[in-house]
Design a protein around this ligand. Structure first.
Ligand SMILES: Cc1ncc(COP(=O)(O)O)c(C=O)c1O
Length: 385
């Protein structure tokens, strides 16, 4: 037997990690400025995280959603502590992956409105299951069976186009789904006006606003949800990645007016004891150490420094964008050589995005100033070459 070969792999095997330091099978040390693709939120093998999961495992690892699970209530309480007070009235549905969270979010919108059309945006990524992939702007990963006329793509950040669409089709729209910061799409930040317009139009036409916070959420942007910068609430938030710091866990945060019915949504593993223990440890650690503030501060430092590099090398650096610890640094040329050199010569992991010139920075929210300085020095030396 062999693995189904769908991932292009770097020639390195990571066997150990602590906070933002990784070690490979030969004992070489690396700085993780990629967070395992925005998943690592409180650092690798965090003490509280390991202890909480281990203790839970020694009591009970799994039982089905047919009994009361106190670990779910503890998670709800811990998450509410991190969000604005209005979210205290929201409801949480627990599941297993970002795609599943989005799938359920869109289903819920359709159940609620009785409508079928979901508006998604150019450059979006919402996952690989049937509806989620149909709402993802990448035909290469959409199988013929996933194709549906129910998803309509509109240009990202284009307020007028959205208004026009609603003016003639608003009564058919079940939901608008958008990332607050497009990740795979190259760290494109949704403008405050754009998110406010989505809120306004969905309310006006009886549709729902779904905020995909899978990558840009969990405090990474310097606010719990990057969508919060617009000062308006979504009806549904999908959450995954950083919520479990590597433990498979996802959630759908649902506005109070959306009424649950038995059997409407469900999953075998969602909200199981271990996942809840992991996510509760993450939320508690974030709260206790003010990690969302750290994300904001470190992000500001990185963006300032990267912009300084852009001004210094205007013929090489095309753009710097992002919020908090979700940053895109775009070169005029392919960024693949820069990413490879960061890894080979400086032992630093960073990410890529759909645009060839983009370097994506997605470190843990625990990242230190010294670690950020190390990355800036390395990038600047490589750009100067
Ligand atoms: C914005 C966004 N939504 C959804 C997903 C899908 O999440 P998962 O891979 O957990 O299904 C991703 C994954 O990268 C994502 O970035």
């Amino acid at each position: 037997m062999k693995l189904f070969d769908v991932y292009p792999l770097l020639d390195v095997e990571i066997v150990k990690a602590k906070d933002s330091t990784l070690w490979d099978s030969e004992g070489n040390e690396y700085l993780d400025f990629y967070g395992g693709h925005a998943v690592i939120s409180i650092g690798h093998t965090n003490d509280r995280y390991v202890k909480t999961i281990t203790e839970q495992l020694s009591n009970i690892g799994f039982y089905s959603n047919s009994v009361k699970i106190g670990a779910q209530q503890r998670l709800v309480a811990a998450l509410a502590e991190l969000m604005d007070s209005r979210k205290k009235e929201y409801q949480l549905f627990l599941c297993n992956s970002g795609a599943e969270a989005n799938e359920n979010a869109m289903k819920l919108a359709s159940f609620h409105t009785g409508r079928k059309v979901v508006i998604a945006f150019k450059g979006s990524f919402h996952g690989r299951t049937s509806l989620a992939v149909a709402a993802t702007d990448n035909p290469k990963i959409v199988a013929p069976i996933n194709e549906t006329p129910n998803i309509v793509f509109m240009p990202f950040n284009d307020i007028e186009a959205l208004r026009e669409y609603f003016a003639s089709n608003g009564d058919k729209v079940a939901a608008v789904i958008t990332e607050g910061i497009q990740g795979v799409g190259g760290v494109q930040v949704a403008s405050v006006e754009f998110l406010r317009t989505i809120r306004e139009l969905t309310s006006q036409y009886g549709a729902l606003y779904i905020a995909d916070a899978v990558q840009c959420g969990t405090g990474r942007s310097g606010s719990y949800f990057s969508h919060d910068y617009a000062g308006v609430d979504a009806d549904i938030y999908s959450m995954a990645k950083g919520i479990g710091n590597g433990f498979p866990m996802a959630a759908v945060l649902i506005a109070p007016f959306l009424e649950p019915k038995y059997g409407m949504l469900g999953t075998t593993f969602g909200g199981a004891y271990l996942a809840c223990a992991a996510a509760t440890a993450v939320a508690e650690e974030m709260k206790e150490r003010n990690l969302i503030d750290n994300a904001a501060k470190m992000g500001e430092y990185l963006l300032t420094e990267l912009n300084r590099i852009k001004v210094r090398y205007p013929d090489k650096v095309k753009d710097v964008r992002g919020r908090g610890l979700m940053i895109g640094f775009e070169l005029f040329e392919s960024a693949a050589p820069l990413r490879a050199a960061l890894l080979k010569n400086y032992s630093i992991f960073v990410g890529s995005a759909s645009g060839a010139g983009v370097v994506r920075l997605l470190p843990s929210l625990t990242i230190s100033k010294a670690e950020c300085e190390r990355v800036i020095r390395a990038i600047e030396e490589l750009i100067a070459e």
